[in-house]
Design a protein around this ligand. Sequence first.
Ligand code: NAD
Length: 557
Amino acid sequence: MKTTLPSRKNSTPVHRARCAADFLHDPYLNKGTAFTEVERKRFGLLGLLPPQVSTIEQQCTRVLENFRRVPDGLGKFIMLSALQDRNQTLFYRVVMDNIEETMPIIYTPVVGQACQIYGHIFRRPKGLYISRNYKGRIREILRNWPEKDPRVIVVTDGERILGLGDLGANGMGIPVGKLSLYTACAGIPPEQTLPILLDVGTNNEDLLKDPLYLGIRKKRISGAEFDSFVDEFVNAVSEVFPAALIQFEDFANHNAFRLLAKYRDEVCTFNDDIQGTASVTLAGIYSALRLTGGDLKDQTLLFLGAGEAATGIAELCVSAAVAEGADRAEAMGRCWFVDSTGLVEDSRTDLAAHKKPFAHRHAPVKSLEAAVKSIRPSILIGASGQPKRFTREIVAEMAKINKRPVIFALSNPTSKAECAAQDAYDWSGGRAIYASGSPFPTCKYKGKTLIPGQSNNAYVFPGIGLGVTVSGARRVTDEMFFVAAKTLAEMTSPKDLAQGRLFPALSQIREISARIAAAVAEVACRSGLTDKRRPKNMLELMRRSQYQPVYGRLERN
Ligand code: NAD
């Protein structure tokens, strides 16, 4: 018999505490100065805290005062990380109430700086390190994790951390940061999140020489040895934590596509670099189409870069166009790529497997400018990691071809963007519909204020995670990513669009995530991917399931 989808409550696992000091040292139990008089008496905390009892609001004020006093991003990262170690509830309260200010610290761009020196700023482990030395013992390591029912695992092997390359075991900062966003943005309870670093070695010579580096001091394993290690990991997770979603993160491109293809129909998994990026970008395209008035299936897309982000976006656009009635081959034929060698076309013999389906018939073209002239795209998307490649000439050409050229410069960080927001507006006579991967400040064009949209994956992956875990979906499907994109685009208001903004304000992220989760769970129910019965009100269920950063009542059990 089907069970009804459950509703989640914040847990207060008092049984964890064996002595009074545990209440202060366990980040799930600790309330710091917010322990009430009654609790202080009851749990033996009298005298262990200053006498004044604070509210959580006062604690937030105190944290923010200190946070804002720290002059640099890395210092702020270290401060928030220490708070997370001390008091989870307060950490999430501060992050959630100040999401626009804190997200760039706990996630990109500052988390990138932190990962580069992770061994130097290390205080406490925050996730599981599974090293190649323990091949054959991965199940045992998973069972060492103190929480018994994690629902979202983010795993990396540290080989391609953001745009920073191979950072080996330092890559742990990424799963930790990303899972903090699953909680802050979507309300996945923190105890249900599990960051994992597969330490297969590193080819980063600087790290191998660094005395404070904390990973295995060996070159990476690769090929069959790597595959067998990952296979043991995936099988072990399926056995030890059968309800967990596995999100692969920041694997190098040669592994990311392969692993996704291998496991997507076997276990509950997705790759955010490929599929999450695709979904948020498709949302940006849907919003842009509200301004241009066109249909997705009629768009011609040209990408600069043909890696995880770009080909993932193209694949999802094709699936979404097909769902809207387009012919698959025709939709594929409308997606074009320029990589470091030139236009991806069918006479090339150097193409990686993931590029081949997009190698259409065309004469060789070396430059992006020539490709724009020949392909005449309605949408130009940069995901190449190459700064300033959308030149004045290219933007002007896009504006010649299109009344409202859609130009997305997605490369991160801001310094790597293919063109700056202000340049896109200036060079297109104010007509460009622009979005970027990293934030750009508000722009002006002939007195008009334009707010460039930020195509931030955090709009999508937390909601996908909530929808999948609450619905008990066994797989993550393409359809889930395009319903997520549609849902996100629908939340962009006419006022946002009028200002050039293709995404809703990040301050609405909890509601955005709840709606995405509901849409994803509807797909799970409709597609027979869950054994749970569809609830009467899916959106209400998602809202109710969201973790709230409030101190629970502590009771001895
Ligand atoms: P990737 O390494 O998988 O792909 C990079 C691609 O760029 C490769 O195909 C490479 O051949 C191509 N390239 C390199 N040099 C080039 C050149 N000179 N001209 C043309 N193409 C060139 O990396 P990825 O994961 O696809 O990420 C690419 C960029 O997209 C990064 O800067 C990343 O920060 C950004 N990104 C943005 C978002 C977002 O906006 N939400 C999400 C993910 C990635």
